[in-house]
Design a protein around this ligand. Structure first.
Ligand SMILES: Cc1ncc(COP(=O)(O)O)c(C=O)c1O
Length: 412
């Protein structure tokens, strides 16, 4: 995994070049498209600070990245400058972060993890329908009970049959005996195909689903399946903190990955990344998008090129080495928290490569949990767990303050 960091000045210049390669609503004769720059009273384009703010400059220039720009079919030439930046960031995420071979992965900047997960499910549903003549009633979606709710949302939207698997309550791994039972029941129900969603990591626990035990059973039972990795949370941390990660494109069973920039990468909301091996985007080609050069393949349609630019900027500012240092520093802080919890005999779950610590609800008072804005597993009934995520702003002082108050509450 390697990409170079680039100095801020060079990043700014590169984005200038990209914007200059785009058509410009101020300068060019563009009278056919339903887009323009952002409102000039609200977003004045001549503000002096903009020269050092390439993301805001791009936001105001308002390039539309509709479509998928890693495909051979050329997209709109109007915004080709910033679309090339999107292509570059997709390659970095696929090849450097998720270990794909060069030029083997397509992708786009989605609105977030939800859209990227839905896109994967949509593609596989259509793939199974087209290549195997699968009927909707024959396609199941397999995922653990700790999986993000976007997957049940996808089942609802795409009319797919959800199969939620129980997890072991101490390891948070999918229970293979439950998988076996559910596969049997699925067969009886007429399910022949599965879309499998595995987590890197789960939202609540930071657990990372094992791949092999799941795929082995699916093969033993002769199901046809596709595996999507939901790395919305862990995609920009786990590969950097676990050099032995096998959750990537080197594993031929993995076909697609969702990553969120707007979680660990600290980019603004609206910056998800969807990656999929080449050859699959075609299953969601919208041939009715005739007025869009290159057609459309995405759920969202129009989307701001500024979102691609800001992901690329972050990746360039740090480089792979700087990013690994930053993520491993979060792991050190999380280790500090866990060591102190251990000393206090507090029960919690944590994957050592992630920055999520989930404490059993009976170990911490709800007043304290709420004072420090810990997040509960449920707000609909009595919580079983409270979680802490050691994000960039969660430094040693606030962790120490929490631990001191936790200790005091135990004594009291
Ligand atoms: C594992 C996982 N997947 C998907 C999502 C959904 O991401 P978004 O809110 O960006 O749509 C989240 C959000 O927390 C998540 O943790």
């Amino acid at each position: 995994m390697y990409w170079k960091s680039i100095e801020r000045k060079a990043v700014n210049e590169r984005i200038d070049k990209a914007l200059n390669k785009n058509a410009n609503y101020h300068k060019n004769d563009m009278i056919g498209i339903p887009g323009t720059y952002l409102d000039r009273k609200e977003f004045y384009p001549d503000a002096s600070f903009l020269k050092d703010a390439p993301f805001l400059r791009t936001l105001i220039a308002n390039p539309n990245h509709i479509g998928c720009h890693t495909l051979k079919k050329p997209g709109s030439p109007i915004f080709q400058g910033t679309q090339a930046i999107e292509k570059e960031l997709i390659s970095i995420c696929a090849e450097e972060v998720f270990a794909a071979e060069k030029d083997t992965v397509d992708g786009y900047v989605a609105t977030g993890g939800t859209e990227a997960n839905l896109e994967a499910m949509w593609i596989y549903r259509n793939y199974l329908k087209k290549e195997y003549q699968a009927e909707l009633g024959q396609i199941g979606v397999l995922f653990s009970e700790d999986t993000h709710y976007s997957i049940t949302k996808g089942c609802d939207l795409l009319q797919l049959n959800p199969f939620m698997l129980s997890v072991d309550k101490s390891t948070r791994q999918i229970e293979t005996n439950n998988l076996q039972e559910q596969l049997k029941a699925a067969k009886k129900q007429g399910i022949k195909y599965f879309i499998v969603v595995l987590n890197v990591s789960t939202t609540m626990f930071g657990s990372v689903d094992d791949i092999d035990p799941i795929t082995a059973l699916l093969e033993q039972e002769q199901f046809i399946y596709k595996v999507h990795l939901d790395a919305a949370f862990g995609g920009f941390i786990y590969p950097f903190t676990n050099p032995n990660s096998i959750h990537n494109f080197k594993n031929e069973k993995i076909s697609s990955v969702s990553i969120d920039g707007h979680k660990m990468l600290q980019t603004p909301y609206g910056t998800g990344v969807f990656l999929i091996r080449k050859g699959y985007m075609q299953y969601v080609t919208n041939t009715y998008a005739q007025y869009v050069p290159g057609l459309d393949y995405t759920i969202c349609g129009s989307r701001s090129g500024a979102n691609a630019v800001v992901i690329w900027m972050l990746l360039m500012n740090y480089g792979s080495e700087g990013w690994a240092i930053k993520m491993n520093e979060l792991i050190c802080r999380t280790d500090f928290l866990c060591n102190k919890l251990k000393a206090l005999n507090i029960e919690y779950f944590r994957n050592p490569h992630l920055n999520i610590v989930t404490i059993k609800a009976d170990q911490v008072s709800s007043d304290l949990a709420m004072k420090f804005e810990l997040v509960a597993d449920t707000y609909e009934s009595r919580p079983m767990w409270w979680k802490i995520i050691v994000m960039d702003h969660v430094g040693y002082p606030v962790l120490t303050k929490f631990l001191e108050e936790l200790k005091a509450s135990l004594v009291g």
